[in-house]
Design a binder for this molecule. Structure first.
Ligand code: AVI
Length: 320
């Protein structure tokens, strides 16, 4: 189950479920080896991602925050107040918490694959906002999800900030958006942040920071897979590699073997030649028109749009 998957994502978990093992194994054995980016987020990975958001080079977090600061009232006027705020990939919940004064939700439902990290964040938040009913859910919502019965069916606002939608391929993104649209209920909507296409030097720097935090974030995935699949990755043999592919309009993140490697894991093995890569993440960058098309094919209409002066990032509110 997704809850089981979330538990397996935590630092203490010795092993993944059979489904997790099968997924990791299939990816490693593929002609172009890959591991799902969801395995970037064990507890340490979630903390490393928090650190990435503080980096000078990583502009999305602060640019999105500046859009909420500059356009907060217009956004609140458009989204409305009350109802339930359903936070997809909530992490430390800081982004949603900064909107509580504007959106005044009655219920807050944060979802995240990193269940333990989420539970700690919500415990602190509930003390700061005792009037808001909070129900954290440790789930991999990309695999489809059902909200608990007590989440009111009217005025559901799905909140999906940070351009996390960019970590799905466009067809997967449409599937996820359709799923959200089907769960909107009456008078609901989707408040979403997307990263926009820009100069590739800015994009490349954001995923190759000087401090090496993004490299640590990427490499930490191997530690996590060692635990989940009983693999024998030696992190010193692998190097972070990230670049913007203009034709595909996405950052690709890989781990590259620095020498010949014999990798073993529970029930499998594979040789990697020096220079061979494991693909660990894509981060799609959109144009306004391109993302509108995605929303339209998922059944969303009436899109409101706010951006920063340099047009680096956008916040959208879409209704069915
Ligand atoms: C979570 N997600 C939107 C981040 C991104 O920019 O694609 C994950 C990340 N990967 C490397 N740096 C940040």
């Amino acid at each position: 189950s997704t809850a089981e998957l979330a538990r397996c994502n935590e630092a203490g978990a010795a092993q993944g479920s059979p489904a997790v093992l099968a997924e990791i194994s299939t990816g490693l054995l593929a002609r172009r080896s890959h591991i799902s980016p969801k395995y970037l987020y064990d507890t340490l990975g979630s903390r490393l991602f928090e650190a990435i958001c503080e980096l000078d080079e990583y502009y999305p977090t602060r640019t999105e925050a500046s859009i909420f600061t500059s356009h907060g009232e217009a956004i609140a006027a458009c989204v409305g107040q009350g109802g339930s705020l359903i936070d997809l990939g909530a992490g430390n919940c800081a982004k949603a918490a900064s909107l509580f004064p504007l959106l005044r939700p009655q219920q807050y439902v944060p979802l995240d694959i990193s269940a333990e990290f989420l539970a700690t964040a919500v415990a602190g938040l509930q003390q700061r906002f005792p009037a808001i009913a909070m129900t954290p859910l440790g789930v991999d919502f990309s695999a489809g999800f059902q909200l608990p019965e007590h989440v009111s069916k009217s005025r559901r606002v799905f909140f999906y900030p940070g351009s996390s939608i960019g970590n799905f391929s466009p067809p997967q993104a449409v599937g996820l958006l359709r799923n959200l649209r089907d769960n909107l209920g009456a008078d609901g909507g989707l408040l979403i942040g997307i990263d926009l296409v820009k100069q590739s030097s800015v994009l490349d720097a954001a995923y190759n920071d000087e401090l090496g935090v993004t490299a640590a974030f990427n490499l930490n995935l191997l530690r996590h897979v060692n635990r989940l699949a009983g693999a024998n990755f030696d992190l010193r043999q692998w190097q972070h590699c990230a670049y913007f592919d203009e034709a595909a309009s996405r950052i690709e993140m890989h781990l590259q073997a620095q020498c010949d490697v014999t990798l073993r894991w529970q029930g499998g093995a594979r040789q990697f030649a020096r220079g061979e890569r494991i693909h660990t993440e894509d981060s799609y960058k959109y144009t306004r028109g391109g993302f509108n098309q995605l929303l339209a094919s998922a059944g969303f209409e009436a899109v409101q749009y706010w951006t920063d002066p340099a047009n680096w990032f956008a916040v959208l509110y879409a209704r069915a």
